[in-house]
Write a new protein. Structure first.
Length: 174
């Protein structure tokens, strides 16, 4: 009796999950992979101006998913300021994408950190606890970073500071 009750409950719960059809218009999530081009997106900066990823075409770009409440994210900012100062004159850029759900917290952190590169705020779809662009890029936690080449292809995923230094030295010859 117990076994048949268990089998019935299992069948009623698991079968719909296993055979569920994807929702129409569902966004296909495909996290970035090395040497693959990442999808374009548009987000707003602190002045509510649209910023598109494709506008960085032709530059080496470091994408930094972060949040005001993320201490490891905030701790890496001095390093990013050094890298930006060193390589920005050669075409290197950084795009920071905040996953903050509270814009006021994001703006406060921007004021405190004074990062000289572009900052954008990700959006949230109703009922989804993960921000839209972060989810599209497989950034389910922060910090999450990507180094892209001039064509928008992934050179590195979450590179350490040492790996980042090595890659940029190779790319810029210094």
């Amino acid at each position: 009796m117990r076994l048949s009750l268990f089998a019935t409950v299992f069948f009623l719960i698991v079968t719909p999950i296993l055979f569920a059809q994807p929702k129409k218009n569902a966004v296909k999530k495909m996290p970035p992979a090395l040497h693959r081009t990442v999808p374009d997106f548009t987000l707003k900066n602190k002045d509510s101006t649209d910023v598109t990823l494709s506008s960085y075409q032709g530059k080496i770009l470091f994408m930094d998913f972060w949040a005001s409440w993320c201490m490891p994210c905030r701790a890496s900012i001095p390093y990013l300021k050094e890298v930006y100062a060193k390589y920005h004159p050669n075409g290197f850029d950084i795009l920071s994408i905040s996953i903050d759900a509270k814009p006021a917290a994001w703006r406060k952190a921007l004021g405190k950190e004074q990062m000289p590169w572009t900052q954008v705020l990700d959006t949230y779809n109703e009922g989804n606890p993960t921000s839209a662009v972060a989810e599209k890029f497989g950034a389910l936690s922060v910090p999450y970073t990507l180094l892209l080449d001039t064509a928008g292809k992934v050179l590195a995923i979450n590179p350490t500071h040492g790996a980042m230094d090595s890659l940029l030295q190779k790319l810029y010859g210094r």
